[in-house]
Write a protein that binds this ligand. Structure first.
Ligand SMILES: Nc1ncnc2c1ncn2[C@@H]1O[C@H](COP(=O)(O)OP(=O)(O)OP(=O)(O)O)[C@@H](O)[C@H]1O
Ligand SMILES: [Mg+2]
Length: 496
């Protein structure tokens, strides 16, 4: 309603019984440059219909002939719910009645006796006021609609979004951002972004810069540095990725910053595991190659020693030769064992129960524990059979148990458990020892990584390789003591 432009006809609804006075008014408008189209109604019923048939820019009511009472016309316009300026023309309204009429909501009440001098400016003011009023009303509504649209859109997207003003104060936070940071939007709004977006460098564990200030200064999109960690409200850490971009108004002026980020903790864990497996494969294949090359000269040496051993000239050294041969055989069997760890070798596999394998090596591990005044407890749950290589699993358990015992102090020890968790069978070795520090934790499984004077640093490397062969994953939890959990998929096919 009321979207009047000067080059368009002014739409006038005339309420009058005779039509004479209104004709004077319309002529006056015409000679003042207004194109117009009008409709005249002379009954209440027609007025109601005409109001519905609009749009109109203005209603002119002539109450000179007083069957039409200005108050009832006003009431009808109000009841129609249409926001229309209404001018009353009257020769008879004067003084107090004029004031009362204007007070009741009429735009102007003009005594048109003789001249139209007051009428034209009144029309002009009313039409333009209404136009401006409607424009503002639309603009306000547009902005409200737009804000709502952005809020709904940003609330529905899968990435976390936090917006700030140019002073780095949080102005909006979507549900994903609430979930990742642990802060609610209510807690965050009005606070500096550093209060809820607490990030650090995952490599050196130092603080990381929130790019809001830089975005405001430089005015373009900035990605977060790689290896960015976020500390949540309850102190947990997460790996995150993504970017910050300036928010500009219509004139291109920066009025804030939008941070969009994702939780990549799980993706990074998988990536790290893949990298570790890749490393294991390469090292495993190298080891297999080296072992093969070492075996050949050893066979030659063994053959010559045997020759010398049957030579009577060296009879007195026979015992030495036997020791040399048995030492060579021992070295050879170590290499054979090591070769079986390389990915492409075939190990004997069959349907087995982890509990039985654990039972068969229990006396050995108990003996080792008792010798160092430690204990090994078994808590074996009801678990289904798996397809396993018994030799490999024995070695895996022995390596984990030895590490656990090494980490425990005298009187301490460990628990070997088996249990079923959903579709996984879990073998865990939980010690109450010294724990593993964060730096070490990241590198576990790397060959030759050891903190022990007599360690080779191959124990866990071999464990990871055995797990991979069985399609199992190894999870480590550490703090007060350490738990290594090997998670097997129920009845999977082996990649051996
Ligand atoms: N349960 C544990 N508690 C504490 N630290 C552990 C535990 N298991 C492993 N580690 C750490 O990981 C390192 C690597 O273990 P890994 O079994 O690969 O080699 P190692 O035990 O040092 O030598 P070995 O080859 O003789 O097993 C250990 O030196 C130790 O620092
Ligand atoms: Mg070890």
């Amino acid at each position: 309603m009321g979207e009047y432009e000067m080059d368009k006809a002014l739409r006038i609804l005339v309420v009058e019984e005779s039509g004479t006075d209104s004709m004077i008014a319309l002529k006056a408008l015409h000679s003042n440059g207004y194109h117009q189209m009008y409709k005249r109604v002379d009954t209440s019923a027609d007025l109601i219909i005409a109001l519905k048939d609009g749009p109109w820019d203005i209603v002119i009511v002539d109450v000179s002939i007083c069957q039409f009472d200005e108050q009832s016309v006003l009431k009808m316009i109000k009841e129609s719910g249409i926001d229309l300026p209404c001018l009353i023309l009257s020769e008879i309204i004067d003084g107090e009645r004029q004031v009362r009429t204007i007070k009741s909501g009429v735009s102007d009440c003009i005594n048109n006796q003789g001249s139209m001098n007051q009428f034209i400016p009144s029309v002009r003011i009313e039409v333009h006021d209404t136009l401006l009023h409607n424009l503002h009303k639309h603009a306000d509504k547009d902005i409200r609609d737009q804000k709502e649209w952005f809020r709904v859109t940003l609330s529905s997207i899968g990435d976390a979004v936090i917006t700030t003003d140019i002073y780095s104060t949080v102005t909006f936070m979507n549900p994903v951002a609430e979930e990742i940071t642990g802060y609610t939007e209510e807690e965050a709004i009005g606070k500096p972004i550093s209060h809820v977006f607490r990030i650090f460098n995952e490599v050196n564990l130092g603080p990381a810069e929130i790019p809001v200030d830089r975005v405001i200064k430089e005015g373009f999109i900035i990605g977060l540095a790689n290896h960015t960690g976020l500390v949540t409200k309850n102190g947990e850490t997460r790996s995150i990725a993504d970017s910050a971009a300036p928010i500009r108004n219509d004139e291109g002026i920066i009025i804030g910053v939008v941070m969009v980020f994702r939780d990549i903790t799980e993706a990074k864990r998988i990536e790290d595991q893949m990298a570790r497996l890749d490393k294991l494969n390469v090292v495993g294949q190298m080891a297999a190659g080296i072992a093969h090359e070492i075996r050949n000269p050893m066979t030659t040496v063994r053959g010559f020693i045997q020759l010398l051993n049957i030579n009577n000239e060296f009879k007195e050294y026979s015992e030495y030769f036997s020791t040399m041969i048995s030492e060579l055989d021992r070295a050879n069997s170590i290499i054979t064992g090591f070769l079986s760890m390389a990915k492409d070798t075939v190990a004997e596999v069959g349907e087995e129960n982890l509990n039985r394998i654990i039972g068969s090596i229990a006396p050995l591990v108990q003996a080792e524990a008792i010798m160092s005044n430690k204990y090994v407890k078994l808590e074996l749950g009801d678990i289904p059979n798996l397809i396993l290589s018994e030799n490999d699993i024995r070695q895996l358990i022995l390596n984990l148990v030895r590490n656990g015992l090494d980490a425990s102090t005298e009187g301490g020890g460990l628990t070997i458990r088996t249990l079923k968790v959903k579709d996984k069978v879990v073998l865990s070795v939980q010690d109450n020892g010294i724990g593993i520090d964060q730096q070490m934790l990241k590198k576990l499984g790397t060959p030759f990584l050891t903190t022990k004077e007599n360690g080779t640093g191959l124990g866990l490397f071999i464990c990871y390789q055995i797990a991979e062969k069985h399609g199992a994953s190894i999870e480590v939890e550490t703090g007060n003591g350490t738990t290594f959990s090997v998670c097997f998929k129920e009845m999977m096919e082996l990649a051996v």
